[in-house]
Design a binder for this molecule. Structure first.
Ligand SMILES: Cc1cc2nc3c(=O)[nH]c(=O)nc-3n(C[C@H](O)[C@H](O)[C@H](O)COP(=O)(O)OP(=O)(O)OC[C@H]3O[C@@H](n4cnc5c(N)ncnc54)[C@H](O)[C@@H]3O)c2cc1C
Ligand SMILES: Cc1ncc(C[n+]2csc(CCOP(=O)(O)OP(=O)(O)O)c2C)c(N)n1
Ligand SMILES: [Mg+2]
Length: 589
């Protein structure tokens, strides 16, 4: 497995791999065996043996500027590709810097493996230099973690980590390897290190009682809605969900993380549900008599107050994780298993239906809201974030991977960029991690080098991980960055406006001149202040080979609407104030 024959003989099959390697070589050989060709990391003392051995293996190492970036890059890589992303860090501060990225991956069920160096096993527990109990720290934010103290344990631990990360409900796994384990030697046998086969949840049979019950509920429903979640993407179920919806003519609402799982341009697609979902989507859910929750977990951003959530609806929940069933919303039928398998079994049982009356009713609720929307307004001289996101969609549609940060711009992206294909939106939903977008986009670009990849960040969040600009340049990446610059921590300012009497405490934020910052990195950039300049700027960025930064100076005190206030019901949406120049008005209800 090593690139050169100096350390050990090159081998090609698992049977030939019975050879003695040092622990650090075992680490890379196992990663290569698992299909890893790119890792994101940062060196240091405890992990140094691994870096010393790296040159022998066909693995590209991306040197990040902060280990949080390594975890987000692994996460972005995994979300864009469906494969496991790998991050590497040293002990102590290197390991603790990974924590936010690991938690982000945990909350959104992303399969990543993080490998950390640890002090030598004889020093464990002695407060040695850069010793930290990273397995203890990450216990609640990993699916599983390992402390490896012997070279012979490295391959089994890493192989188990890959298996755990990607089977069932995916998630992050950490492997902490002591320096003496990396420096020791052991026989390397990739095949023998394979963990026992994962025992999946027993497959639901077509004749099972739950399946029959679900079909009966669907047959009798007059106002059914599919709630399309992230599990569709994780399960690769987009195609079967589409067949399912089309066969019985069921409208589809998406969670933030489910956007792209069902094409936005499909006539059955309603749009995003929840706190900043479209009014007609939330109202349709409240009127529905049957919810079909496909790979979504009824997050509080999705339900509003649970006691008043979809009061007339029976509920069917399809999820791979039994602990998600009845966790937030009590359901009538639970189908536990992989979504693609469950729906593939269920589809032949589902009668075809042509009745469009429910969809017509929902479309009537929509009215002409979309026609009167901001994006159709004549240019008033103001640049709204909605313009930027909508023009970006018009210019790039179908072609790009959009990686957002967290805040108002993230919600405007969800509202105004229409995602038609799976894995075309990468965003931190559950943890809502500012600083996610720049590093996650680097990871996505490594996963899909031919794709046009865009960072959409707020002026606040971009500053949290802007150091990764250097990483993108060092790696010669072709990446586009759009900063939605409103001079505020906008989402928090919006809450202050609505719920704290406009006390804008600590939310106005000073930023550097982002174009000059880009220039300091050798990156060309443009400041955009007018609507007419948006599309030409987007074209320029796309035509440029390399990193390009666009700094969009938008309305400073714009709001994301509709909005469900904390503690309110899903239908109780705060609407855009009438005096606002934007067009959405209460009649859109
Ligand atoms: C500022 C902000 C505002 C937000 N506003 C909104 C909003 O308005 N609307 C909204 O929807 N979200 C919003 N979110 C996101 C929200 O917090 C949640 O992250 C999101 O709703 C979760 O979507 P999900 O349940 O589809 O995905 P996840 O949380 O990733 O859950 C996926 C589910 O799929 C299951 N699953 C995984 N694999 C499979 C498989 N193979 N088969 C079957 N099931 C599987 C998992 O067990 C899990 O239950 C917001 C986030 C932020 C940061
Ligand atoms: C690491 C982190 N710290 C704090 C928050 C709380 N928070 C959520 S949105 C937001 C404001 C984001 O501001 P900006 O990046 O400028 O985006 P905008 O909302 O203005 O589009 C803050 C502070 C968070 N989500 N993540
Ligand atoms: Mg901002």
């Amino acid at each position: 497995m090593p690139k050169t024959a100096t350390a050990t003989k090159k081998t090609s099959t698992a049977a030939q791999q019975l050879e003695t390697l040092i622990g650090s070589e075992i680490m890379w050989a196992t990663l290569v065996g698992e299909g890893t060709d790119t890792v994101f990391g940062y060196p240091g003392g405890a992990i140094l043996p691994a870096y010393d051995a790296l040159r022998k293996y066909p693995v590209h190492h991306v040197l990040v500027r902060h280990e949080q970036g390594a975890a987000h890059m692994a996460d972005g890589y995994a979300r864009a590709s469906g494969k496991v992303g790998v991050a590497v860090a040293t002990s102590g501060p290197g390991a603790t810097n990974l924590v936010t990225g690991i938690a982000t991956a945990m909350m959104d069920s992303t399969p990543i493996v993080c490998i950390t160096g640890q002090v030598s096993s004889k020093l464990l527990g002695s407060d040695a230099f850069q010793e930290i109990d990273i397995t203890g720290i990450t216990l609640p934010i990993t699916k599983h973690n390992f402390l490896v103290t012997r070279a012979e344990e490295i391959a089994p631990a890493i192989r188990s980590a890959f298996q755990i990360a990607q089977t069932g409900r995916p998630g992050p796994v950490l492997v902490d390897i002591t320096k003496d384990a990396l420096q020791g030697s052991a026989h390397f046998d990739f095949a023998a290190a394979q963990p026992a086969p994962h025992r999946p949840h027993p497959m639901l049979k077509a004749e099972s009682a739950a399946m029959e019950e679900a079909i009966e509920l669907i047959k009798h429903a007059k106002r059914p809605i599919i709630l399309a979640g992230h599990g569709i993407l994780l399960s690769g179920a987009s195609q079967v969900v589409r067949q399912f919806a089309e066969r019985h003519h069921i409208p589809v609402a998406s969670t933030l993380l489910g956007l792209g799982a069902f094409p936005a341009s499909h006539p059955l697609s309603l749009g995003m549900m929840g706190m900043h979902g479209e009014s007609w989507v939330n109202n349709a859910i409240q009127k529905s008599d049957l919810l079909l929750a496909f790979g979504m977990r009824f997050d509080d951003r999705v339900t509003g107050t649970v006691t008043t959530y979809a009061p007339h609806a029976k509920k069917i929940h399809v999820d791979i994780d039994p602990y998600e069933i009845n966790k937030i919303v009590k359901v009538d039928v639970a189908l536990i298993g992989d979504l693609r398998q469950v729906l593939t079994t269920m589809l032949p049982l589902l009668p075809a239906k042509k009745d469009t009356s429910w969809l017509d009713e929902v479309n009537a609720m929509k009215g002409d809201a979309s026609v009167r929307d901001i994006v159709n307004l004549p240019d008033s001289g103001h640049l709204y974030a909605a313009h930027v996101l909508n023009d970006l969609w018009r210019e790039t549609k179908g072609d790009s991977i959009i990686v957002t940060d967290v805040g108002q711009h993230q919600m405007w992206e969800a509202q105004y960029y229409k995602h038609d294909s799976p894995r075309s939106l990468i965003t931190s939903g559950g943890l809502g991690t500012m600083g996610f977008s720049m590093p996650a986009a680097i990871g996505a670009k490594f996963a899909c080098p031919k794709k046009d990849v865009w960072v959409i960040a707020g002026d606040g969040g971009f500053q949290m991980t802007a150091a990764e600009l250097s990483t993108a340049v060092q790696e010669n990446l072709d990446l586009n960055i759009a900063i939605i610059n409103n001079g505020f921590l906008g989402m928090v300012r919006q809450w202050q406006e609505l719920f704290y009497q406009k006390n804008y405490a600590c939310t106005p934020i000073l930023s550097p001149d982002f174009v000059k910052l880009a220039d300091a990195h050798g990156i060309p950039g443009l400041k955009v202040t007018k609507r007419a300049d948006v599309i030409p700027a987007v074209r320029k960025a796309r035509a440029h080979k390399g990193v390009f930064l666009l700094d969009f100076h938008v309305e400073r005190e714009d709001g994301v609407y509709p909005m469900i206030a904390p503690g309110a019901a899903l239908h109780d949406m705060v609407r855009r104030p009438k005096r606002d120049p934007l067009m959405e008005v209460p009649e859109d209800l």
